[in-house]
Unconditional design. Structure first.
Length: 195
C-alpha cells in the first residue's frame, strides 16, 4: 500500500510539471480523433505543443498515434493537419503512425529520433499521464522533460479514475517494465473506458 501511495505521489508531482527547457523535439502523445477532427483532449495537447514550439523550445514537433479499426485517419495525421493549419511547416512535423498505445508510440518515436541523433524531448500529454510517459521515454532511451497541457477538458472529479489507472500502471510498470505492461495497458484502459 505504501508503494502504491508513493507512486500516486510521483504521478501527482509529474502532473504539475511545466518544463520550459530547450530540447531537440516536442513529442505530443496521441488521443482520440473523430473522422479527421481532434478530440477536445487531443486539441488541448496540440495547442500546448504549438505554444511551446512558438516559444522556440524545439525545432521539431513529433505527433503520435495510429488508427482504430475502420478509421480513415491516424491520430498522428489529424494532429499534423491541425498544426499545419496553424502555420507549422509540414517539414518540421514528424509522424509516428503505428502506435496503438503509449509504449508502442514512444518506442517507435525513439527509434526514428535516434536515427536523427535526437534524444532530448519535451513530452506533451494530459497531466495525469506524464509520469508514465516519462518512465517509458527513459526506458526507450530518450531524455524526457515534462510539460503537460493546462487546458485539458478532463478536470475536476473526472480525473480521479485516470489518476488511479496511471498510479496502478506506474506501480506495476516499475516492477515488470513498461514493455511487458503494454498489452495490459490496452486491456485496463478499455476495461475502465479510459483508452
Amino acid at each position: 500500500m505504501l508503494y502504491v501511495l508513493a507512486n500516486l505521489g510521483t504521478v501527482w508531482w509529474a502532473s504539475t510539471r511545466h518544463d520550459t527547457t530547450r530540447v531537440q523535439a516536442i513529442v505530443v502523445l496521441g488521443a482520440a480523433q473523430y473522422n479527421g477532427v481532434p478530440s477536445p483532449d487531443l486539441e488541448a495537447r496540440l495547442a500546448h505543443a504549438l505554444s511551446l514550439y512558438q516559444e522556440g523550445l524545439a525545432p521539431i514537433i513529433v505527433v503520435t498515434g495510429g488508427r482504430e479499426p475502420g478509421d480513415p485517419y491516424t491520430e498522428a495525421e489529424v494532429s499534423a493537419n491541425w498544426l499545419a493549419a496553424r502555420g507549422v511547416r509540414q517539414s518540421v512535423i514528424l509522424r509516428e503512425v503505428d502506435g496503438r498505445d503509449t509504449w508502442e508510440s514512444l518506442d517507435a518515436t525513439a527509434a526514428f529520433l535516434h536515427d536523427r541523433g535526437i534524444k532530448t524531448v519535451l513530452l506533451v500529454s494530459d497531466p495525469y499521464h506524464e509520469e508514465r510517459v516519462k518512465l517509458i521515454s527513459e526506458e526507450v532511451g530518450l531524455v524526457p522533460h515534462l510539460s503537460s497541457t493546462t487546458t485539458s477538458p478532463i478536470r475536476g472529479m473526472a480525473v480521479v479514475p485516470y489518476f488511479a489507472k496511471e498510479t496502478l500502471e506506474v506501480s506495476v510498470g516499475r516492477v515488470v517494465g513498461f514493455r511487458a505492461l503494454s498489452h495490459v495497458d490496452r486491456g485496463w484502459g478499455g476495461a475502465l473506458g479510459l483508452g
